[in-house]
Ligand binder design. Structure first.
Ligand code: NAD
Length: 477
């Protein structure tokens, strides 16, 4: 166990505590106990943050690319140095096993290192023109950005919100999730300690809808970036549209996994079952709908059930824990309702299906099979430790089911046929496709979805250009 830190806002470089402010309890998901009081920003705090963001943009955009790169690299070094402490806060507030939290810390540092390099790579171009004329295309930082992130990756989601804007030369006000605030505050503190000015990167908390309306209601904010549900994403996209603000929306998914007859079934099982129960299934790219060709269906299903029954669930700080509690009480409640709906409609419950204990927010790793397409869980993102495994016959039927939903974030397929893999990459409607693999993110690769899974990209060079506007300068000499 670890000490959980005192929580604060970070406005204009100042740590502001709960004195004179409303506070909200933060819970330990493994016990349900209150572990801290989170200060909520007042309207004055938010106005103060906006004024700072405007001033911060003016100075940060004018730092040289070299200087920005150096500061971001130092921030990444501090994240690596403090990873053990921040990782422990993350496990305490979110529940995931400590090894997963440490992996998240490493990814934060790698992403920031990549973005540091991008500071110098936001190239413009000069167009070919006759003598006496010049046309220059240049990319400039968009302005102050407001970022709202979710509780499933308390550190990485915040890094994704702040890394691109800072590399581009923007200022950023980020609101991490009120349910998992400490890791995000600590990540931003690393950047401030590395030399990012206190008005260029700030942290606020509050009632989410009030904070986002307040910040998006200001003309100082030029872009919004959000990670969370499609419902809230649509709401924020409408608010952004009212003032023509740029938006990046990293929303939900419902990842199909296509297992063909010729797949390496043992490897697919091992890799995809581990991916399913990572972070208790609370991952936007989590594999959810397993579509398995009939010849290998029983083997795949039975192997998956064995894996699910063997997953060690427990406190994230216990060494042999493979899956922690869900992050909040909404998790097990939501999963229970969806499992009840699916079984009432005829789905077979083959593993799990129940909460664990009466303390904290634990839920069993669960497998449903032969789940009817009208079951809620086949249409709404489960966001929990539940796999649905259905038999499907033939390529066309696999693609039809994979593309049936309005979501299009991550999709997975397993086949040894190289020609079919190329066809799959063409036919699947998703922002990211993994073939014979479960990994869909890397610091230098764009991350984002299509359809209801959102628009705009994070990570990769695209994560920086998403925070820039293009200006064309026509000149007669
Ligand atoms: P949610 O969308 O209500 O909340 C997600 C985050 O957005 C939270 O941290 C919340 O504080 C913040 N938020 C909520 N309303 C906001 C607003 N009006 N303005 C600004 N920020 C706001 O989702 P939830 O209830 O926490 O989870 C429900 C579903 O959301 C999940 O089942 C899943 O489908 C989806 N989700 C997706 C991701 C992702 O990584 N894409 C992450 C978390 C949740």
């Amino acid at each position: 166990m670890t000490d959980y830190p005192q929580l604060n806002l970070l406005i204009g470089g100042e740590k502001l505590d709960g004195a004179g402010r409303d506070t909200q309890d933060v819970l330990d998901p493994s016990s349900g106990e209150v572990i801290a009081a989170l200060p909520m920003a007042s309207k004055e705090d938010l106005d103060n943050a906006l004024d700072n963001a405007q001033a911060g943009f003016k100075s940060w955009r004018n730092t040289s690319a070299d200087e920005r790169e150096g500061i971001l690299r130092k921030g990444a070094a501090l994240i690596r140095e403090r990873a053990k402490d921040i990782g422990a806060m993350l496990t305490r507030e979110q529940g995931k096993p400590i090894q997963e939290a440490m992996g998240e810390m490493t990814y934060c540092a790698m992403l920031l290192e990549f973005y540091a390099g991008e500071c110098k790579r936001t190239y413009g171009r000069t167009l070919v023109r006759p003598a006496g004329q010049r046309v220059e295309v240049r990319h400039e930082p968009i302005g102050a950005v407001a970022g709202f992130s979710a509780w499933n990756f308390p550190a990485l989601n915040v890094m994704r919100k702040i890394g691109g804007p800072l590399a581009a030369g923007c200022s950023i006000i980020v609101k991490p999730s009120e349910e998992t605030p400490a890791a995000g505050i600590a990540i931003v503190q690393c950047l401030l300690d590395a030399g990012v000015p206190g008005d260029a990167c700030q942290v606020v908390f509050g009632v989410p809808d009030e904070v986002s309306r307040h910040l998006l209601g200001s003309s100082i904010i030029r872009k919004v970036t959000f990670t969370g549900s499609t419902a809230v994403g649509k709401h924020l996209a409408k608010l952004a549209a009212e003032d023509m603000k740029r938006a990046t929306m990293e929303l939900g998914g419902h990842g199909p996994v296509l297992i063909f007859n010729d797949a390496d079934v043992d490897k697919a099982l091992k890799v995809m079952a581990a991916a399913k129960y990572r972070n208790a299934g609370q991952v936007c790219v989590s594999p959810t709908r397993f579509l398995v060709e009939e010849d290998v269906f029983e083997r795949f299903r039975d192997g998956f059930v064995d894996h699910a029954k063997g997953v060690k669930v427990g406190n994230g700080f216990d060494k042999d824990t493979q899956m922690g509690p869900m992050a909040s009480g909404r998790g097990p409640d939501g999963i229970q309702a969806k499992i009840a709906d699916a079984t009432a409609k005829g789905a077979k419950l083959l593993a799990g299906g129940e909460r664990i204990g009466n303390q904290g927010f634990f839920h069993q790793p669960t497998v449903l099979s032969e789940v009817p397409l009208d079951a809620e869980i086949m249409n709404e993102e489960p966001f929990g430790p539940v796999a649905m495994i259905n038999p499907v016959t033939g390529y066309d039927a696999m693609i039809e089911e994979a593309n049936r939903l309005p979501y299009g974030l991550a999709a997975y397929a397993w086949t040894q046929d190289a020609k079919r893999r190329m066809q799959l990459a063409d036919d699947i409607e998703a922002g990211m496709v993994a073939l014979n693999a479960a990994t869909v993110s890397a610091a230098d690769a764009p991350f984002g979805g299509v359809k209801w899974s959102g628009y705009g990209l994070e990570d990769g060079a695209e994560g920086v250009t998403a925070c820039m506007v293009t200006k064309t300068v026509h000149e007669a000499i």
